[in-house]
Ligand binder design. Structure first.
Ligand SMILES: Nc1nc2c(ncn2[C@@H]2O[C@H](COP(=O)(O)OP(=O)(O)OP(=O)(O)O)[C@@H](O)[C@H]2O)c(=O)[nH]1
Ligand SMILES: [Mg+2]
Length: 281
């Protein structure tokens, strides 16, 4: 598959928005996708947020391998950063994150007569769960969320009480993926608009990756008697098991691809981490 290169114009605006608001915040909270902790780290965010103190959140931890979550938490906190695993849907990890924010707010106000709120900018790639996590922390539906990238359009301050203010920002990608596998990871996990890609090819790539990394889960989900050597062979076997065969016996590749992508994204194939901490760190 050709390397995915998708950089809509509004990303530039988001970059400027982050830069302009940086001086207003005490720290930056970067939300990563626990299934792809490296690919979801935006080098542009790192570059523009520079020396601001940061918290790293591994969100969607419910969709990733629990053992890998723990390894990644350790690997990412190596440089001294606070790393917290969360599930913004169930609220798991939110208490721990809140406790950390409250501690930081108390530190900021030590010896101050007039208390100031702690201000935090929430940043990350599209669809990683920034707005969902903010809603969890705020205990209500303050920020708009959705099951596709590009839902948040502008900045929004949300007061979560206890003297803590969060700034929601639109998801941001960077102009060029040096390593094509990064683009694929982002696409598998739903951070790149599906409309900009060939879904059949993307599904084939995902089947190839799962066959290599999680063959047992793939076989179990689609009741395959074994894993074949080629992604296409496995895709055809999945299509046959699901009955995605059209008149004349033609296989509906697109429907099969979409099904595997949807089921992976929903966690139905299993808890899958596509980048192994032990291998890359
Ligand atoms: N399984 C799971 N789904 C999540 C989690 N957090 C968010 N989601 C889902 O992921 C989708 C995207 O969530 P949003 O909060 O809109 O993501 P965002 O980062 O604000 O996205 P943009 O504003 O488009 O950049 C929604 O369908 C959420 O329900 C999580 O921890 N686990
Ligand atoms: Mg959002």
């Amino acid at each position: 598959m050709e390397s995915i290169n998708w950089y809509p114009g509004h990303m530039k605006k988001t970059r400027e928005l982050i830069q302009e608001n940086l001086k207003l915040v005490d720290l930056v909270c970067e939300i990563l996708d626990a299934r792809i902790p490296l690919s979801s780290r935006n080098p542009v965010i790192k570059e523009i947020t520079g020396a601001k103190p940061r918290i790293v959140v591994l969100n969607k931890s419910d969709l990733a391998s629990p053992a890998q979550n723990d390894l990644w938490e350790r690997a990412l906190s190596d440089g001294g950063a606070s790393v917290i695993q969360t599930n913004a849907n169930s609220g798991e990890g939110a208490k721990k994150l809140l406790a950390l924010l409250e501690r930081l707010r108390a530190e900021k106000n030590e010896g101050r007569e007039r208390k100031r709120p702690l201000r935090l900018m929430i940043v990350g790639i599209p669809n990683v769960g920034k707005s969902s996590l903010i809603n969890r922390l705020a205990g209500g539906k303050s920020a708009k969320t959705g099951n596709k990238p590009g839902v948040t359009r502008g900045k929004q301050w949300i007061n979560i009480g206890e003297g803590i203010m969060l700034l929601d920002t639109p998801g941001i990608l960077w102009p060029k993926f040096e390593d094509p596998s990064v683009g694929l990871d982002l696409a598998f996990c739903g951070s790149i608009k599906d409309e900009t890609m060939d879904l059949t090819e993307l599904g084939l790539e995902l089947i190839g990756r799962l066959a290599e990394m999680y063959p047992d889960m793939l076989a179990a989900r689609y009741r395959l008697s074994g894993i074949l050597d080629t992604p296409l062979g496995n895709m055809e076997a999945i299509a046959e098991k699901r009955g995605f065969v059209m008149s004349g016996g033609r296989i509906d590749y697109e429907r099969t691809a979409r099904t595997v992508l949807d089921e992976f994204r929903a966690g139905k194939i299993g808890r899958i981490t596509l980048e192994e901490a032990a291998l890359k760190n």
